[in-house]
Every structure is written in structure tokens, then in C-alpha cells.
Design a protein around this ligand. Structure first.
Ligand code: PBG
Length: 335
């Protein structure tokens, strides 16, 4: 973009455009709409159950029937998509994470139930082994190594079972090399041409995932850290490489994760590729804001709206956020 030439002060007074609410909104460049929101929801066993998550005040795990009610509410608010994450019972977590491709595991059951009751809401499911593996890792562990190519075989099985259960968007979040192409080919070969892939393309080894691991019960199981597959927070060029590879392998959409501390990555990704770009405002970001709001240190609706608007400004087309329902209500109140 060429730099515009501005007349010097006093001919140019930027405050003129900010003087009244109607001019401020008339010249506003970016705005969050309900179409931009993807709502992550944690699923637990049981019937008519809600389990509060201590590290995420205000967020609970929902049993499948409650998740269906939640989906109805989200759809009524106009939220286009939900992302489901399971808290797998500990006795189903194994070395090789077989529960990940059980057609009746928690997320597949929840997907079928939601699709039956609320067909118009999209369902996004993670492709990664961490909620199912005894090690808490996203891949299969052999000795000290999270093995790449053997993990791809497991991810393919998981992806196909999820597609079969009616999942609209697969979100490979495992950061194994080559997984997007591998999964895309498997989908093509099995008549799932229309299943979308949102690649967790630039996913960093972040401390901001802490509360999520409590929510899916993986904090206790995780041995070591995820630095051999998730990215180093000090890198940006590497994010463009990861995103470029995932798009070349057949991703429909890409994601940057975490969100707000990584807005520079969102911006570079959108500029470089012009692909549908999403950010995940992760659990730690939620908990920081919710914790401060609960102490009356921040104004909750204002800080939610500002934080989510910043993602749009950075170039994101949408945001995965635990505030999705609250944001949708804020938007509904606006009109
Ligand atoms: C698992 C996964 C994680 C998140 C989404 N999928 C955690 C991790 O990689 O350890 C984090 C989401 C959040 O913190 O809200 N692959």
C-alpha cells in the first residue's frame, strides 16, 4: 500500500473523526460479527452433568445431552461452529491412544448427537492423540521420541472416524510433519471430499495451554513438554513455512495458536497467503481475562470485545474463543 499524504496540523486534525459515536463507527475498519466465532466446548461422560473447570472460571465440561442444549443456544445466537474436546476417562487412556479412533468415543458421540439435533451448526474436532494417550502427548511415544510417521497412521484412523461421525472440519493440532497431506489423501480415498481441514498450522509450544490441559485431564498425564513438535515462541519465519506447507498439502483454512500474544503471526500469515486465517484465543488467555474480570480489575464485556476485535484487525477471518457465547450476546445487544 502506498503511504497516503496527510496535510499537516491544523489542516489535518485526526480527532475530528473521533468526535461523535456515529462518525467513529462510520470509519471503523474492523468489527467482530457473530459469523467470526468458533466456540470450543469440553465434553465429559455422564448424563445431565456439568463439571466446572477450576483453572477456567465460568467454563464447565458438559455431558453430551447438555452439549446438545448448548449447541441449540449457540445456533440461536448465530454462532456458526463449535469445537469439541473430550475429557476421556483415565481407564481409556492408553500408550497408543486407541480410544482416539473409537467411533463411540466422547467427541464422536457428541458430534452425532449435535448433528442430529442442530444440523446447521458446524462441528470442528481436533486431530491429535493427547486426550487419549497415557503420555499426554499429541503423538505416539517410543522411548524418548514422539515418533512422526507412526503417529500419522494413528491420526489417519482418528480423522476418518471423526469424518464418519459427521464432523465438518478436522483440526489437526498435533504438529507432526506431513499430517495435512496424509489426512487429505485419506479423506479423498474414503469419499470424504467435502470434509474441511483447518490446520493448526502455526502452533507454538506455549505455557498458555495450561488450563486446557486441566480441562481435558491431560495435565497429570503429560510427561515432559511438547517442544520437539510444537513451535518455538521465538520464531516467525518458521510459522510461514509451516503454514505454506499445510496449505500446499490441502488445508482449507489455517490457524495460529495461541492468539493475542501472536497477532504478528496472524498478520504475516494473512499477508503472505491470503488464506482463510483463524486464531485460537487459548485457555490461558481466557483465564487471564476472566480472572482479572472476576476481581473487578477489567470490565468484562469491554475487554472481550476489544480483545476479539484485535484479531480481526490483525487479519483473522475468525476466532476460536471460550467467550463466543458472551460475545454473541454482546453483538445481539448492540443491534
Ligand atoms: C491438543 C490441543 C491443545 C489445545 C488445543 N488442542 C493443547 C496442547 O497442545 O497441549 C490448547 C487449547 C487451549 O489452551 O485452549 N493438541
Amino acid at each position: 500500500m502506498t503511504s497516503p499524504v496527510f496535510a499537516p496540523f491544523p489542516m489535518t486534525r485526526p480527532r475530528r473523526l473521533r468526535a461523535q459515536p456515529w462518525t467513529r463507527s462510520m470509519v471503523q475498519e474492523h468489527e467482530v460479527t457473530v459469523n467470526d466465532l468458533i466456540w470450543p466446548v469440553f465434553i465429559c461422560e455422564g448424563v445431565d452433568c456439568e463439571e466446572p473447570i477450576a483453572a477456567m472460571p465460568g467454563v464447565s465440561r458438559l455431558s453430551v445431552d447438555r452439549a446438545v442444549r448448548a449447541a441449540e443456544n449457540a445456533a440461536n445466537l448465530g454462532i456458526p461452529c463449535m469445537a469439541l474436546f473430550p475429557n476421556t476417562p483415565n481407564d481409556k487412556r492408553t500408550e497408543d491412544a486407541e480410544e482416539a479412533w473409537n467411533p463411540d468415543n466422547l467427541v464422536n458421540k457428541a458430534t452425532r448427537a449435535i448433528k442430529a439435533a442442530v444440523p446447521d451448526i458446524g462441528i470442528l474436532l481436533d486431530v491429535a492423540l493427547d486426550p487419549y494417550s497415557a503420555t499426554g502427548h499429541d503423538g505416539i511415544v517410543r522411548g524418548d521420541e514422539i515418533v512422526n510417521d507412526e503417529t500419522l497412521i494413528a491420526l489417519e484412523k482418528q480423522a476418518l472416524v471423526q469424518a464418519e461421525s459427521g464432523c465438518d472440519i478436522l483440526g489437526p493440532s498435533d504438529m507432526m510433519d506431513g499430517r495435512i497431506g496424509y489426512i487429505r489423501q485419506a479423506l479423498e480415498a474414503n469419499d470424504f471430499q467435502n470434509t474441511m481441514i483447518m490446520a493448526y498450522a502455526a502452533k507454538y509450544a506455549s505455557a498458555f495451554y495450561g488450563p486446557f490441559r486441566e480441562a481435558v485431564g491431560a495435565s497429570a498425564t503429560l510427561k515432559g513438554d511438547k517442544k520437539t513438535y510444537q513451535m518455538n515462541p521465538g520464531n516467525t519465519d518458521e510459522a510461514l513455512k509451516e503454514i505454506g506447507m499445510d496449505l500446499a498439502e490441502g488445508a482449507d483454512m489455517i490457524m495460529v495458536k495461541p492468539g493475542m500474544p501472536y497477532l504478528d503471526i496472524c498478520c504475516r500469515a494473512k499477508d503472505a497467503y491470503g488464506a482463510p486465517t483463524f486464531a485460537y484465543q487459548v485457555s490461558g488467555e481466557y483465564s487471564m481475562l476472566a480472572g482479572a474480570c472476576n476481581n473487578d480489575w477489567l470490565d468484562r464485556p469491554r475487554v472481550i470485545e476489544e480483545a476479539l476485535t484485535c484479531f480481526k484487525r490483525a487479519g483473522c477471518d475468525g476466532i476460536l474463543t471460550y467467550f463466543a457465547v458472551e460475545m454473541a450476546e454482546i453483538i445481539a445487544d448492540r443491534t
